[in-house]
Write a protein that binds this ligand. Structure first.
Ligand code: DGL
Length: 280
């Protein structure tokens, strides 16, 4: 199969409730620099994790329509909560579109733990979904999973507070009891959380393994692009377009802080709960 150059390469759409999906975007760009990307952060509705799965499903459907309307040929649901709430339905509703979704990385954690005790950090909504129950059922036999929804953490990360006292207090409250029970592995079950891995590692110590699924998600994206003849491979880095339903100025600042990059960010606006448009 002949790889396309980035100038005519198919666009991929990546979305999250906010900036969390940037942890996935970072891995996609490391592995697939020539693939043009359109990224949407639904900051008007963040956090998704405190909402009902029905509501998140509705937002996800409208976001996917928005991204397809702008030319995306493959969608990465760079949000565990949206994946739990909507992935199955999205695949039904858009059968010709390849989707990559998140799944809490319980499988690699269960394979790698030596103590047999694993911490899983994800949103409240993610823990409620069937997908999580199924992952636990399939992969966590003989392993003790200690779960925590880390209330407030997504909000702090959205503010760019990656190591201030509020963020530290949340993580100490969450990790303290887990460490006391003997975890040796922690799963990042929310795409926002990899941005606080340095702090997690500081609190938990160097012997605790932290699993960020983003590189595996990027590999899966590559496999799917290849299988659908959509893969761009050349030396020129492709463009990334950014949209937010929140404040473009704040989003731009976070791009500098989190990715070390400056990009224009465009405004998208919710017309009603089913329709997202670019600012007229
Ligand atoms: N980053 C998202 C996730 O992976 C959602 C966080 C939120 O909006 O609550 O679950």
């Amino acid at each position: 199969m002949t790889p396309m150059s980035s100038s005519n390469a198919p666009l991929i759409g990546v979305f999250d409730s906010g900036i969390g999906g940037l942890s996935v975007l970072r891995a996609i760009r490391d592995q697939l620099p020539a693939q043009p990307v359109i990224y949407f952060g639904d900051q008007a509705h963040v956090p998704y994790g405190a909402r009902s799965l029905d509501e998140v499903r509705g937002f996800s459907r409208a976001v996917v329509r928005f991204l397809l309307g702008r030319g995306a040929k493959l969608i990465v649901v760079a949000c565990n909560t949206a994946s739990v709430a909507a992935l199955h339905k999205l695949r039904e509703e858009f059968p010709s579109i390849p989707f990559v979704g998140m799944e809490p990385a319980v499988k690699p954690a269960a394979e790698q733990t030596r103590s047999g005790i694993v911490g899983v950090l994800a949103t409240y909504a993610t823990f409620q979904g069937e997908m999580y129950a199924s992952v636990v059922e399939r992969f966590a036999k003989g392993v003790t999973l200690l779960q925590d929804p880390c209330f407030g953490l997504v909000g702090e990360i959205e503010k760019g507070n990656l190591n201030g006292p509020e963020t530290r207090a949340i993580l100490e409250r969450v990790l303290g009891p887990m460490l006391a029970k003997g975890i040796d592995t922690v799963v990042m079950g929310c795409t926002h959380y990899p941005f606080v891995i340095p702090l997690i590692q500081q609190i938990a110590g160097p012997d605790v393994r932290v699993i960020d699924p983003a590189p595996a998600i990027a590999r899966q994206t590559r496999r799917l692009l290849d299988a659908h003849d959509l893969l761009a491979l050349d030396d020129r880095p492709a463009e990334v377009q950014f949209y937010t339903s929140g404040s473009p100025e704040d989003f731009s600042k976070l791009l500098v802080q989190l990715l070390g990059e400056t990009h224009p960010v465009a405004q998208a606006v919710w017309q009603d709960p089913d329709r997202l448009i670019t600012k007229p």
